[in-house]
Design a protein. Structure first.
Length: 100
């Protein structure tokens, strides 16, 4: 028998972080802080795993399990630029996106 270490849907959803920047400036700010955020989340996951291994009754846990960051999705980095510069100013949008 092979034991699968699948996470419950609730555990997965509780470990998702979503950023929705409304402008190019906000997008650049989010991107500049992502590395630190990922490092902190991964440290918390490591500490959480070590604590869980030391518990006698893991099924009695009250706090959510923390998992390391395994996937990062950047969806539509063009949307904030489109919002900032409109659809008519393609050169400005392109320059903003190259800065990212």
């Amino acid at each position: 028998h092979h034991k699968h270490n699948y996470k419950t849907p609730i555990e997965v959803l509780e470990n998702i972080t979503v950023h929705s920047p409304k402008s190019t400036k906000e997008l650049l700010s989010v991107i500049s802080t992502l590395e630190d955020e990922i490092l902190i989340r991964n440290e918390e996951a490591t500490a959480s795993t070590e604590e869980d291994e030391n518990e006698y009754a893991p099924s009695m846990r009250t706090k959510s399990a923390k998992f390391p960051v395994r996937l990062l999705i950047l969806d539509s980095i063009a949307a904030p630029a489109r919002k900032d510069f409109g659809t008519e100013s393609a050169p400005q949008r392109v320059m903003a996106l190259f800065n990212i």
